[in-house]
Design a protein around this ligand. Structure first.
Ligand SMILES: NC(=O)c1ccc[n+]([C@@H]2O[C@H](COP(=O)([O-])OP(=O)(O)OC[C@H]3O[C@@H](n4cnc5c(N)ncnc54)[C@H](O)[C@@H]3O)[C@@H](O)[C@H]2O)c1
Length: 311
């Protein structure tokens, strides 16, 4: 028997990109899963809704009554639902805060009342801002550059406060750049890999801001799903990077993708964005020591799988 069997897990945002892969991993491990999602960007078709161990509640994380109902009889919660766009958080910080601060506080309060065994929630590498040095360990200075990053930092502070005030056990997952199938390339906020794959597979030129020397730590969504499951059933609390510790720059990424997709489309360079962080890389040692986690997917394997899924 795994730790997961017998668990009843609420996944908010479970119809979205990271959520739907994590729901699959939880079901495969024998958990009962309830998804709470307002389907604003998530889709029912991302979920295996025929499974008897899976239930979908269509509703909003900021609605206290809905959250109370969703939390009933649950043993663990993975909170992923959010306003996920950095750009939108700058344009409409009021809406963003209403989702990304009041949402988690509503969930934490319900988690406290339900006496959950574990509350795991999505933080982000955006809490770090422009790094002083790399790789970024969890102890690095936090200096978010957007309302989105600040909201995630505030969520971490609320989670720490609920731990000290009420004993709610939580782990905040600071995801770096997650990629993989079901990330919508049509969204203006999509990750760079899904946009590049979409354009190169149509032999259209992708846009690169600046010289393309920016580096990122890309982590495949199925690895992220495994890390989420491990976090739910681990005794560790606090915050943890979800990263590989390896980086690639955007020009190298494009070269690899051209090979994978058999495309010769060349990049269009436009002026660099002032909000673009030059280098990002997460220290993955806590992820390994706390959650026993090693990435199973190399970037090459993940890109192949994504390209195959996009055909
Ligand atoms: N994808 C990444 O690279 C990345 C990096 C860092 C952090 N994160 C965080 O991980 C989490 C999941 O991100 P994702 O990439 O899977 O995004 P996503 O947009 O695919 O998933 C978010 C899900 O939440 C749902 N949702 C949004 N607002 C809601 C609300 N008010 N009530 C109920 N449901 C709501 C959406 O319908 C969607 O299914 C988010 O908290 C995001 O900030 C993602």
């Amino acid at each position: 028997m795994t730790q997961t069997s017998g668990a009843r897990v609420l996944v908010t945002g479970g119809a979205g990109f990271i959520g739907s892969h994590t729901v699959e991993a939880l079901l495969a491990d024998g958990a009962q899963v309830r998804v709470l999602d307002n389907l604003s960007s998530g889709k029912e078709s991302n979920l295996p809704l025929g499974e008897t161990s899976l239930e979908l509640i269509e509703g909003d994380i900021t609605d206290r009554r809905v959250v109370e109902v969703a939390m009933r009889d649950v043993t663990h919660c993975l909170h992923l639902a959010a306003q996920v766009s950095v750009i939108r958080s700058v344009e409409d910080p009021v809406h963003s805060a209403s989702q990304n601060i009041l949402g988690p506080v509503t969930l934490l309060q319900a988690a406290k009342e339900q006496g959950l065994e574990k509350f795991v929630y999505a933080s982000s590498a955006a809490v770090y801002g422009d790094p002083e040095s790399l790789p970024l360990a969890e102890t690095a200075r936090l200096a978010p550059l957007s309302p989105y990053g600040l909201e995630k930092q505030v969520d971490e502070q609320y989670a720490a406060l609920f731990a000290s005030l009420h004993g709610v056990k939580s782990l905040g997952m600071r995801y770096f750049n997650v990629y993989g199938p079901r990330q919508d390339p049509a969204s203006p906020y999509a990750g760079v890999i899904s946009k590049f794959v979409d354009l190169l597979s149509k032999n259209e030129a992708p846009t690169v801001f600046g010289d393309g020397g920016q580096t990122r730590d890309f982590v495949y969504v199925k690895d992220v799903a495994r890390a989420n499951v491990a976090a739910l059933f681990s005794d560790h609390v606090g915050v943890c990077n979800v990263a590989t510790g390896a980086t690639i720059n955007l020009l190298e990424l494009l070269d690899t993708l051209r090979d994978v997709l058999d495309s010769d489309a060349q990049a269009k360079h436009v002026d660099g964005r002032s909000d673009d962080i030059r280098h990002s890389c997460g220290d993955a040692s806590r992820l390994k020591s706390w959650l026993g986690f090693e990435p199973e997917w190399t970037l090459a394997a993940g890109l192949q799988a994504l390209a195959a899924a996009s055909r």
